[in-house]
Design a binder for this molecule. Structure first.
Ligand code: CMC
Length: 447
């Protein structure tokens, strides 16, 4: 009799044995654990899926962020990013991501109050900050200090306790901008600025970054709004590299500070949060609009990448890049035009007409214009990934909570295909043949 679920299943024949199997399909996926039953012989381990870099593997079920990379769609909890960027605020969006629904007036007020009243850090953390070298990269400082928060809040290890989770969420969203601003001022040798809880989330961050001797810092409203929107645009992006790091590390049931520090570490890399910093360095390297064609040629010949272009998921214009391009012009009205903008516009124009980029579906991503805005606002390039981390924190936390509550999740532990040496006997040092000219043979390395 025909299986009524047949149309929702995958039939596989193992040509090694001639045996056939039927695997259920749910939500357009098969479970790779279902492959395990496919064996060549009784003592065979069973078939594994091989998917380096998770190109075609879903690691979780999620209700937080939806992306259609082909169409260039991004939604948080169902709300289009364009509407949130235009109408919401960063803290409201953070609430949406973490709690699943937009808050009513009262809830938003309480949420905002709670985040604003967790902006202070323990004074000992200041000493920890002082221990970094004067030229330490602020993102390296952020990785270290966010991780260090776990030692100040040992209660955070109660990850199964909902009240504790709520508290850590408020602490993290509240304190990350404080740590971020301190990492910047440490570099300059300026005294740290205490949080000003009268200001908005973005306004307080600008105050902690740039306030000097004035009694009260008054943020430029255009820049304050632009920064708030940039935080919204970065707030979540489903299972990206840093979110995967957060989920993977928290699968060991470690506290959220350690897991979010892992997210910051992943974000530090030039292919992820470091990309907008790399875009500015690239634009500075190109130097002038006249050199753009030659630069594009060198990228096509395999000498480096066009930073700020391409995305694992978007095979269309990144919707965030569209919004950011518009903000860039609003910010430049206040700050004056960033001279690198003309090079960026020319790069985009040429790349979008070029078969190399069209054929590979490489379009500007979120990082292509964001660095130009940050630079015009007075942030040094080293701070760009740190700004990304402030924006991404609510997304990481929403994904962390979802992960902790998901009964299907276990400790993340991929398999491997072992292609190394077979079992062999240890050879005593005197009996080993010379191994040729490898680097260890060329002498002791002294610093
Ligand atoms: N410039 C030139 N060629 C590129 C680029 C680029 N930016 N990105 C991809 N390609 C080429 C690549 O060489 C390959 O060509 P071929 O098929 O001839 O070998 C093809 O396009 C596919 O590339 P891939 O490396 O397999 O794609 P991926 O999905 O693994 O990489 C990416 C995605 C974002 C790492 C990559 O596009 C990249 O390195 N972009 C530049 C860095 C960047 O802007 N990163 C920010 C990403 S968005 C923010 C975030 O998530 O952090």
């Amino acid at each position: 009799m025909a299986d009524p679920n047949h149309c929702n299943s995958l039939s596989i024949t193992d040509n090694r044995t001639g045996k056939s199997y039927e695997l259920p399909i749910e939500h357009g996926t098969v479970r790779t654990m279902d492959l395990r039953q496919i064996k060549e012989s009784e003592d065979d381990f069973g078939l594994l899926g091989y998917d380096p870099s998770f190109l075609n593997t879903a690691s979780c079920k999620s209700q937080i962020t939806f992306i259609d990379g082909e169409k260039g769609i991004l939604r948080y909890r169902g709300y289009p990013i364009e509407q949130l960027a235009e109408k919401s605020s960063f803290l409201e969006t953070a609430y949406l991501l973490i709690k699943g629904e937009l808050p009513d007036k009262e809830r938003l007020a309480v949420w905002t109050y709670n985040i604003r009243h967790h902006t202070m850090i323990h004074a000992n953390l200041t000493k920890f900050m002082d221990g970094f070298r004067y030229d330490a990269h602020p993102m390296g400082i952020l990785v270290g200090t966010v991780g260090a928060l776990s030692t100040f809040y040992p209660d955070a290890k109660n990850i199964g306790d909902e009240e504790s989770r709520k508290l850590q969420v408020r602490r993290l969203i509240g304190k990350i901008p404080t740590l971020a601003a301190m990492s910047f001022r440490h570099h300059l040798g300026f005294p740290y600025v205490l949080p000003d809880n009268d200001l908005s989330y973005a306004g307080n961050f600008l105050s902690m970054m740039f306030r000097m001797t004035e009694q009260k810092y008054e943020p430029n409203p255009v820049l304050e709004k632009a920064l708030d929107v940039l935080f919204i645009l970065h707030a979540d992006h489903e299972q990206n590299c840093s979110t995967n790091a957060v989920r993977s590390v928290s699968s060991s049931k470690v506290d959220p500070y350690s897991a979010i520090a892992a997210g910051c570490a992943a974000l530090y890399g030039p292919l992820h949060g470091g990309a907008n910093e790399a875009v500015i360095r690239m634009l500075e390297g190109i130097g002038s609009v006249d050199n753009v064609s030659a630069f594009i040629k060198s990228v096509k010949s395999g000498k480096g990448r066009l930073m700020g272009f391409g995305h694992r998921v978007y095979k269309n214009y990144d919707p965030r890049a569209r919004i950011i391009k518009k903000i860039a012009f609003e910010v430049f009205e206040e700050t004056g035009r960033n001279p690198l903008l003309d090079i960026a516009i020319e790069l985009e124009r040429i790349a979008l007409e070029d078969d190399y980029f069209i054929g590979r579906k490489l379009y500007p991503n979120v990082d292509f214009y964001s660095g130009l805005i940050y630079q015009a606002m007075g942030f040094p390039t080293d701070m760009f990934p740190v700004l990304f981390a402030i924006g991404r924190a609510p997304g990481w936390l929403a994904q962390w909570i979802e992960h902790v509550k998901d009964p299907e999740q276990k400790i993340a532990r991929p398999r491997q295909i072992f292609l190394g040496a077979p079992c062999r006997d240890y050879v005593p040092l005197d009996e080993r043949p010379s191994r040729g000219d490898d680097e260890e043979k060329f002498g002791i390395c002294r610093l």
